[in-house]
Design a protein around this ligand. Structure first.
Ligand SMILES: [Zn+2]
Ligand SMILES: [Zn+2]
Length: 610
């Protein structure tokens, strides 16, 4: 039997976009069946299989195990799986009656639950055999809708990866099952490439590097999701922030500072209360009134706009702030810097006339491109989140405004030339939402920022300006945050650069390594000279041997190490050791300083000194 793409297209997950993805889906789903079969043979009577889908990076299997398998068991399981693949058995589809299905899976509560659901939904029931029951070669059967490859021998490259726990159907009220992750690729080369990428991702994990490079710290006594920025991490944060401020100044923004806490009424005006209440910290009562920590800066900026009557001549008015926001996220979903409860946002709101709104929105997209180019982010796309047609009651504002906002956002995205896709869910309650998805250098995708074109809040806040004809008009509001939050964006940058930041972003740009204490005085002089030019420089004056000092500097990923020995002291020069291992000898201190400052100034991605 041949399971083809056309037939299964409608039931495929989002990542299956073409025939090749579909072939991969079949390979993975088929491998998962073989996994089930192998473990049931190896641990007879000790496993009750539940479910196991193919996913974007591979597949997983959830089952009830009497004794949880360990990764040491993987070799044995993989060996048996390979034998089954070699047997070259067909996958055979068969439709079954409800009675047949109930009889076949009478000892499996999970399958019985599926059968109940399929029957209630009026869906046909089917099974897939591994081996042909008509010829008596079948060795395995599962309740399954497919699709599968036609022969087991089509599976050329798979690997078991890890063991975890997972609630039955993802619901924490249900039984905890054991989840085994594995992956399958079309061939050995692709599998190898994926495994290397996985290895690299582990090394670059921002939580691991955050600790090793002393960038940030989480403290139980302070609370989950509330990072402390250590001096090294704080330098990165300040460098990014001053870059954003400088850039925004050039792009015509004004800066403001607004409180982190406010009377609740502001959020009733914005309709965040009660709509968004679950994502906010509980209120604090002061003098008989409720105050909330702000989860976003928007309403405050609207108040900046309305602090006096505005003229069309002031538009577009671009109001920017690195605002400190707090959101309640349940502790299970917190993840390093990527999902936190306290965050500083590269926020701004642009107040513009309807006529200029599209152009302003295009400029916001251009600003993203400007930042990405400097950071070496080469792959990115936009995703436009529209209203979910099944939940139309969730959205506020008139249908007319919604359609206009959608049309204008689309027009801006088309004009910008940045590739984009559209999804019919995920819009904010007050307008369509555009996300920037960026790919790190190892191929991990992040949602970096969210931008919105908003025809709703201006009306809610009764914002007005006087237009050229002396009439009162409501401005269009653009919400934008190209560098997202410091937390998420620096989390991304750590993984993107693998902790090896370009010189301009590196928290420690230069480490001076005197070979012995005799060289210490000169080392101090050099340090002072660099320090006074704003360079982040330190001296390793420990008693370690030279090799150890270099290794330490290397593990901190310091861009430049200056090795100072007798020769350097006598000639008043430097030996520069780049992070790459390359060396430049005999450089005058001032020469090095000027070249480094030029590299920093140009925000170069490479450490070249020219
Ligand atoms: Zn299946
Ligand atoms: Zn906003």
């Amino acid at each position: 039997m041949n399971d083809n793409y056309e037939k299964f297209k409608d039931q495929m997950p989002e990542w299956v976009k073409n025939e090749a993805d579909f072939e991969l889906y079949k390979l993975r789903h088929s491998t998962e069946h073989i996994f089930n079969q192998a473990v049931e043979e190896l641990f007879p009577g000790k496993i009750v299989r539940a479910m196991g889908p193919a996913i974007q990076d591979g597949w997983y299997n959830d089952s009830r195990w009497e004794v949880k398998p360990s990764e040491e068991d993987f070799e044995k399981i993989e060996a048996r799986m390979k034998e089954i693949v070699k047997m070259n058995l067909p996958f055979v589809y068969k439709e079954v009656s409800e009675a047949e299905a109930r009889e076949m899976f009478k000892d499996n509560p999970f399958k019985l639950e599926f059968i109940d659901e399929f029957v209630a939904a009026g869906s046909p029931l089917s099974v897939y055999y591994t081996g042909d029951p008509a010829k008596g070669t079948d060795i395995f059967v599962d309740l399954c809708r497919g699709p599968h490859v036609d022969w087991t021998s089509k599976i050329k490259a798979f690997k078991l990866l890890s063991v975890a726990g997972a609630y039955w159907r993802g619901d924490e009220k249900n039984e905890m099952l054991t989840r085994v992750y594995g992956t399958t690729f079309a061939n050995k080369e692709q599998l190898e490439e994926y495994l290397n990428q996985l290895e690299e991702a582990k090394k670059r994990d921002h939580r691991k590097l955050g600790k090793e490079l002393e960038l940030f710290h989480f403290e139980e006594e302070i609370g989950p999701g509330l990072p402390i920025w250590l001096p090294n991490g704080n330098r990165i944060k300040e460098t990014l922030e001053s870059w954003a401020k400088e850039t925004e100044r050039e792009w015509g923004y004004e800066r403001v500072t607004t409180p982190v806490i406010t009377k609740e009424n502001l959020f009733y005006t914005s309709s965040h209360l009660p709509l968004y209440k679950d994502s906010m910290y509980a209120p604090i009562e002061i003098e008989g009134e409720n105050y909330y920590l702000k989860p976003m800066n928007c309403p405050f900026h609207h108040k900046v706009f309305s602090s006096r009557l505005r003229s069309y001549k002031e538009l577009p008015l671009r109001i920017a702030e690195y605002g400190l926001c707090h959101r309640y996220e349940d502790s299970g979903s917190l993840f390093g810097l990527m999902r936190v409860r306290g965050m500083e946002m590269n926020d701004a709101h642009i107040y513009t006339s309807l006529e200029n709104a599209v152009e302003e929105f295009v400029n916001v997209i251009k600003l993203h491109e400007f930042y990405y180019k400097i950071l070496g982010v080469k792959e990115y796309e936009m995703e436009l989140a529209l209203r979910d047609p099944n939940k139309m009651d969730k959205y506020h504002g008139s249908e007319e405004d919604w359609q206009l906002a959608e049309k204008m956002t689309l027009e801006a995205m088309e004009k910008s030339g940045v590739p984009f896709k559209i999804v019919n869910e995920g819009a904010a309650f007050y307008g369509p939402k555009m996300d920037f998805q960026i790919k790190s250098s190892i191929g991990r995708v992040f949602t970096a920022s969210t931008n919105q074109l908003d025809l709703y809040m201006g009306k809610r806040f009764q914002l007005e300006y006087i237009d050229a004809n002396g009439e009162r008009k409501t401005p269009v509001i653009i919400h934008r945050a190209p560098l997202g939050t410091h937390e998420r964006f620096i989390g991304f940058l750590i993984e993107h650069f693998g902790g090896a930041f370009p010189a301009w972003l590196a928290p420690e740009q230069v480490r001076i390594i005197p070979i012995s204490n005799d060289n210490l005085v000169y080392a101090q002089e050099v340090k002072q000279q660099l320090f006074s030019s704003g360079i982040h420089v330190s001296i390793d004056d420990s008693d370690d041997r030279l090799g150890n000092k270099i290794r330490k500097g290397q593990s901190f990923k310091v861009p430049y190490m200056l090795i100072i020995g007798k020769e350097e002291v006598e000639n008043k020069t430097l030996s520069v050791r780049l992070r790459s291992g390359a060396e430049i000898k005999g450089l005058a201190v001032d020469d090095f300083k000027q070249k480094l400052l030029a590299n920093i100034q140009a925000k170069k991605l490479e450490l070249t000194l020219e």
